[in-house]
Design a protein around this ligand. Structure first.
Ligand SMILES: [Zn+2]
Ligand SMILES: [Zn+2]
Length: 116
């Protein structure tokens, strides 16, 4: 919907670009009617060509969401599991001789071996 058709008038700004942006002629702006839970008529925002929430863009957003949902279970389990193992090892190195945890000084408190 071109803004000229529904709200002809003076130049205005893209809602996303914000008040600091340049005023654009209405021909370059798109009016987008949002639904509002408290307002039956909703509300209208103006967007430039880059920010207009067009229907194709919404479809693109919805598609990755559906794809993400199916990916999440398998993808997330593995990194979480490997992280749990890796983090304690890095934070607390173990002495190769007596398998005691080595403090940040790098010297084993049990046998005195220097790590590295
Ligand atoms: Zn914009
Ligand atoms: Zn040791």
């Amino acid at each position: 919907v071109s803004l000229v058709d529904i709200a002809p008038g003076e130049a205005t700004r893209c809602f996303v670009c914000g008040p600091a942006s340049e005023v654009l002629p209405r021909e370059e702006l798109q009016a987008y009617k949002h639904r509002h839970p408290g307002n039956h008529d909703g509300y209208v925002r103006f967007y430039c060509g880059q920010h207009v929430p067009a229907a194709p863009a919404l479809a693109e957003v919805a598609a990755p969401k559906a794809a993400r949902r199916s990916r999440v279970p398998g993808e997330r389990r593995e990194p979480a599991a490997s992280r749990r193992v890796a983090v304690p090892e890095r934070a607390r190195p173990v002495c190769p001789d007596c398998f005691m945890e080595i403090p940040p000084t790098g010297v084993c408190g049990n046998c005195g071996k220097t790590l590295g």
